[in-house]
Design a protein around this ligand. Structure first.
Ligand code: PMP
Length: 368
């Protein structure tokens, strides 16, 4: 027997656990991790090379620890797209929104504290909670994957969590959460005890509705987290950010590692933000492909969950994992998130989506 993790003196709560990870398989059509299928446009690639070359001249020095220029540009992007004024002092950035979430849990969670999410939802919320020693509470959802507000309020009153996660649009279901629900949860959470409510808007650019950024007004315990991994088509960049009261930005700096955001990352993200208009053009295309996927899946006899994101949850299957495998056998990788009866497909290019639709139509025919 070989020496493994459990032979090491690892923390008890990590024993027997598996790391997060969607399979990174080499198949022709990969629609499993909600990436943007379009490579960055060539002029932007050139601009990145230019800005990184400039940054390289100073790599003997540590980067701007507070990433002020980048936070200023992110704030401008949020203000321009939401109409709600966000300033540099309201924004914090890190290596992917996963790191933003980790910093929030290190700051507001931790040993002896708890966080709640309404599941099925983004599994990393619970995993990062575990990694930071924060107790995890799995809150309820309705059968149709909307948040059951009364049950959610009861769960918050009963458990009095320190951090409440609301993902909108939700992953893996695509479900948007109405502003009224978030407001009610914020009130319920504050009634239970002073606690942070984190609205994870990783997919908001694909939504039919608006960002919940305006809810930040007068609510210092509310945080909105965002990412450049989806709408900006820059998952490889690893750049996530949050908007909140300046006190929250001060607080996360207590736990961030010094110089956590490399000069190369900051330069690349700034170059991408110069090309916001071009990058967001793809969003409209992906939204219409998402709607086409929903329509075609329904027409083929599958069920779908109404989606506001760049992916669609479809089913229902007695054995979702077996269907996942059958789709993979046809050269298309989708995601089995472990939601019983359902799978998730990311909206790709029209050609990729056609390949997926051909595969699931074929499966339907074989079954009938
Ligand atoms: N939040 C949600 C809801 C997500 O689905 C993801 C990525 N799958 C993230 C956050 C993290 O994204 P990143 O770390 O790439 O910013």
């Amino acid at each position: 027997m070989s020496f493994g993790i459990d032979d090491l003196p690892v923390r008890d709560e990590l024993r027997g656990k598996s790391p997060y990870g969607a399979p990174q398989l080499d198949v022709p059509v990969r629609l499993n991790t909600n990436e943007n299928p379009y490579p960055l446009p060539e002029p932007l690639v050139e601009r990145i090379a230019e800005r990184v070359r400039e940054a390289a001249r100073d790599l003997n020095r540590y980067p701007d620890r507070d990433a002020v220029e980048l936070r200023t540009q992110l704030a401008k992007y949020l203000t321009d797209t939401s109409g709600y004024r966000v300033g540099t002092e309201n924004v914090w950035a890190a290596n992917g929104s996963n790191e933003v979430i980790q910093q929030l849990l290190q700051t507001f969670g931790g040993p002896g504290r708890t966080a709640i999410g309404f599941e099925p939802s983004y599994s990393m919320h619970g995993l990062i909670a575990r990694g930071t020693g924060t107790g995890w509470i799995s809150g309820p959802r309705n059968e149709d994957f909307t948040i059951d507000l009364a049950a959610a309020e009861r769960a918050v009153a009963e458990h009095r969590p320190d951090v409440v996660f609301v993902t909108t649009p939700n992953n893996p279901t695509g479900t948007a959460v109405p502003a009224g629900t978030v407001l009610a949860l914020y009130e319920a959470a504050q009634r239970a005890k002073p606690s942070m409510v984190v609205v994870d808007e990783a997919y908001v650019e694909f939504s039919h509705g608006d960002s919940l950024l305006p809810l930040l007004e007068g609510r210092p315990n509310l945080v909105v987290s965002r990412t450049m991994s989806k709408a900006f088509g820059a998952a490889g960049l690893r750049l996530g950010y949050l908007a909140a009261h300046p006190a929250v930005v001060d607080a996360v700096q207590l736990v961030r590692l010094p110089y956590h955001l490399s000069a190369v990352t900051q330069a690349t993200a700034l170059a991408a933000l110069e090309h916001t208009g071009t990058l967001l053009k793809y969003v409209e295309q992906l939204k219409s492909e998402r709607d086409r996927l929903m329509g075609e899946l329904l027409a083929t006899g599958y069920e779908v969950t109404a989606s506001d994101a760049n992916f669609v949850q479809f089913g229902r299957f007695e054995d979702a994992h077996a269907v996942w495998r059958q789709i993979l056998d046809r050269g298309v990788l989708v995601r089995d998130n472990g939601v019983p009866g359902w799978l998730r497909v990311t909206a790709g290019t029209p050609e990729e989506n056609d390949a997926f639709l051909d595969a699931v139509r074929e499966l339907k025919k074989e079954q009938s």
